[in-house]
Design a protein around this ligand. Structure first.
Ligand code: COI
Length: 435
């Protein structure tokens, strides 16, 4: 029903129905589309990490209100660009389960945001933060929904087109969430609510002295809390095994200003992949080779290399041709995209029950494993174990490149994999062009 309604609307070029939009007259739709065009014709005001820190550092009432109004006016512009992108997709793609759902969510958020009145007082701002929190939550299933829709559409889109569309959608989503979450965090700090950041130096969501070694350790400890859940193509029983050790070396004192959740999302995914492949490759050995994480503080960036002896990426069980195919959402580059188990898992996580707050992991796009994703146990209520959905690496690539960093995988087939993560440390790069 959902799809067909959407399809008809799409065919005659009218936006879907929204709360508060009862009248479906042509004039109204014409007006709504004109609004979309108006916003989509504006350029996004891209920011650097440094600007986000400097602006938030000495906060006062006027600056907080300025920040609220920047977010209020910037978000609909960024969403309008992506709605335009969705409208440009072939008909068969936009009507796919998942894509249609995201289109509806974005239209609804666009309408709500563009109608939101200016914020002029601190009490207005409180209401605005609550409003943002609800949208952030509502949009938690966007990544699996898009991933499901684009996997199903893979036969109808050339791989380059599919991947560049997906990249724009995901970079833009990260950017919008950064703006919203940063503003909420600044507002919380302003009113003395520091609940989430455990006293570490931070401005909004940016940790100003993020200790890389501690982040790697935190990810390792988090991984150790989950049962070994390995996709063992050989059918051997690997349950009950321990996770391999992680040895950290290099510039152990490295600290830089970054969004901790972004760094730890990536490190967690990389370590998880290394650990899984190590366990599978060495399933018949009494001991497991250690995984080595090397930190390097360069002049302009921070580098992390993670090396494992997990057999490499291009194994006989794995049909990918180049390591970067693992970042692809196209089944031509990465055949797992169309596997029934993946599609089923994506369906499960994209149809999460309404009314349950998304966990921190889900907000970031992390569903794999039985992970205790949120530090706040209240938020875990009702969220059970999740199957593997295969978006950890593509998302890691997007998080790494958002502020101009990079993620490279080098496979020594038959031996192991080296992953090179590079993140800019000066904070002077603008957000990706795709926002
Ligand atoms: C998203 O999560 O996809 C968003 O667009 C959230 C934003 C509107 C706050």
């Amino acid at each position: 029903m959902f799809n067909s309604t959407f399809a008809i609307r799409r065919l005659i070029q009218i936006p879907p129905r929204h709360p508060g939009t009862r009248n479906e007259s042509t004039a109204l739709h014409f007006y709504q589309n004109r609004q979309l065009e108006l916003y989509a014709s504006k350029e996004a005001k891209r920011l650097t990490l440094r600007q986000l820190v400097f602006f938030g550092r000495s906060m006062d009432r006027d600056r907080l209100i300025k920040s609220a109004n920047y977010v209020r006016t910037e978000l609909p512009v960024r969403i309008a660009h992506r709605l335009r992108d969705l409208q440009a997709l072939p008909y068969i793609v936009v009507t796919q389960e998942g894509v249609a759902k995201v289109y509806e969510l974005y239209w609804s958020a666009f309408e709500k945001l563009r109608r939101y009145p200016p914020v002029t007082t601190l009490s207005d701002n409180e209401g605005f933060c609550r409003f943002l929190t609800d949208i952030l939550d509502e949009h938690a299933p966007v990544i699996p929904s898009l991933s499901l829709g684009l996997s199903l559409s893979s036969p109808y889109l050339p791989p380059d087109q599919l991947d560049s569309f997906m990249r724009r959608m995901l970079i833009s989503r990260i950017s919008r969430r950064v703006l919203a979450e940063h503003h909420i965090a600044l507002s919380n700090s302003f009113v003395g609510n520091h609940r989430e950041n455990s006293g570490e130096p931070h401005v909004g969501i940016i940790f100003t002295g993020l200790n890389v070694r501690q982040s790697i350790e935190r990810c390792t400890n988090l991984l150790r809390k989950i049962p070994v859940n390995v996709d063992d193509h050989c059918g051997d029983d690997v349950e009950g095994r321990c996770w391999p050790e992680v040895m950290i070396d290099g510039h152990l004192q490295t600290e830089f200003a970054y969004i901790r959740e972004h760094l730890e999302y990536v490190v967690f995914e990389l370590l998880k992949n290394s650990m899984r492949s190590t366990i599978v490759k060495h399933r018949n050995s009494a001991t497991l080779p250690v995984i080595r994480a090397t930190i390097v503080a360069g002049a302009n960036d921070v580098g992390i290399r993670i090396s494992d002896e997990g057999g490499g990426l291009c194994t006989p069980q794995n049909s990918i041709r180049t390591p970067s195919d693992l970042f692809s959402f196209s089944h031509i580059r990465n055949a797992t995209r169309m596997e029934d188990s993946r599609l089923g898992a994506l369906r499960t996580v994209s149809s999460r029950p309404e009314g349950i707050r998304a966990t921190v992991g889900e907000q970031l796009g992390r569903w794999d494993d039985n992970l205790p994703a949120a530090p706040d146990p209240e938020k875990e209520a009702g969220v059970g174990p999740h199957p593997r959905i295969g978006i950890g690496l593509p998302m890691s690539n997007i998080f790494s490149t958002y502020f101009g960093g990079s993620l490279e995988l080098v496979s020594l087939d038959g031996w192991g994999t080296d992953v090179y993560l590079r993140l800019p440390k000066l904070g002077t790069n603008l957000e990706g062009i795709e926002v």
